[in-house]
Design a protein around this ligand. Structure first.
Ligand code: RBZ
Ligand code: NIO
Length: 344
């Protein structure tokens, strides 16, 4: 036993990451058995059928349901924003949080129109993280506390959690995480984000390069360490929400490029820790495709989205809800008096 005096802030999180429960094989078998007798040709609902199996595995329900959906948006500010790596000024983070509260953002409409609840987690917006080109974004205690705070997104009775973010400059930070974890060239991971071009784009490439070089020079390869040193509070919060979802039978829909970087950090520690996650969409941020490849994931949608805020996740959750309702509501061949397949 480690005594509390010698315990490091990340110890509990590492223990949770290494003790993730596996899928519910009985629930998956029940879904497959029912799928085989529903009034449609086998496999004809394509990926929707896989989604229902995935829900069963992680909700641990033989008949999955998606009645209560929550969207959790984590907001943070970044020291590296001062380097001009975004097309927008850092004040926009706080202003957009107010917009969320007042119901004016894109994610508000997507939640309202689908009857999803929206929670916004403001993470020390007046205290930006350290500039990752020169120093660590967060101390271990601060990062661990933010991950723990993110775990609260799972409280109450929910069937599905969508995670999203708001934080000016966070596509640079997500790129720094990916470049530190997966190597390559900084240009492989840097894109326009909110629309940065010219000198701003060059500054963004230089910042991501410097952050990843710092990790290389210090020999840092651990996912949680990379998250705290070149990541940010909203990304740590999303990592916590993903981890809590797994331990509380709540599957998680991960939004675009920035949200995926939180999954990358966890995946680097334990690849199985994100098996209960689905990736909502392929972001128009070019490096998202490469990031998804590193995780071995295929996103559900490809709509040219490049917003964040959980918007892609909320759209995907609508489809996931329909997949569950279709599976649970359909009649079997026997119930409907429809002739089953005549031959193989
Ligand atoms: C008005 C506005 C609303 C947003 N909603 C999400 N983002 C998105 O853009 C930011 C990341 O891009 P970058 O790294 O280029 O700053 C994040 O806040 C992300 O959620 C927004 C950005 C803006 C300007
Ligand atoms: O895909 C994303 O998460 C994204 C892309 C651009 C800007 N903000 C977020």
């Amino acid at each position: 036993m480690t005594s509390s005096a010698t315990q490091a802030p990340f110890d509990d999180i590492r223990a949770l990451l290494q003790s993730v429960p596996g899928p519910d094989a009985d629930a998956v078998a029940a879904v497959r058995a029912r799928e085989a007798v529903l009034t449609k040709p086998m496999g004809s609902l394509g990926r929707l059928e896989e989604i229902v199996e995935w829900l069963a595995a992680w909700q641990r329900r033989e008949v999955p349901k998606v009645d209560i959906v929550r969207v959790a948006v984590f907001a943070g500010n970044h020291g590296v924003a001062a380097r001009g790596v975004s097309a927008y000024p850092p004040e926009v983070t706080k202003q957009m949080v107010a917009n969320f509260t007042n119901g004016g953002a894109a994610i508000n409409q997507m939640c309202a129109s689908q009857d999803f609840s929206l929670r916004v987690y403001e993470l020390a917006l007046d205290h930006p993280t350290g500039d990752i080109t020169e120093t660590d974004a967060l101390g271990e205690r601060d990062c661990a506390a933010t991950i723990a705070y993110g775990m609260e997104a799972i409280d109450g009775d929910i069937d599905l959690l969508c995670i999203g973010e708001m934080g000016i400059a966070n596509t640079a930070v997500a790129a720094a995480i990916a470049h530190s974890l997966y190597g390559g060239a900084p240009e492989d991971w840097v894109g326009p984000g909110t629309g940065v071009v010219g000198p701003g784009l060059q500054a963004k490439i230089a910042a991501v390069d410097a952050a990843a070089k710092r990790m290389k020079a210090e020999g840092v390869t651990d996912g949680l360490e990379i998250l705290r040193r070149v990541g940010g509070r909203e990304i740590a919060g999303m990592a916590g929400a993903i981890l809590a979802g797994r331990h509380h039978r709540v599957p998680v829909v991960v939004d675009g490029f920035v949200a995926t970087s939180a999954a990358c950090a966890l995946h680097a520690v334990n690849p199985d820790a994100i098996a209960h996650c689905i990736f909502s969409h392929r972001s128009a941020e070019p490096a998202h495709t490469r990031m998804l490849e590193c995780l071995g994931q295929t996103a559900l949608l490809d709509l040219g989205l490049r917003l964040g805020e959980g918007t892609g996740a909320a759209l995907a959750a609508g489809i996931i809800r329909v997949a569950a309702a279709t599976h649970s509501g359909m009649a079997t061949f026997e119930e409907a008096g429809v002739a089953a397949k005549s031959s193989d």
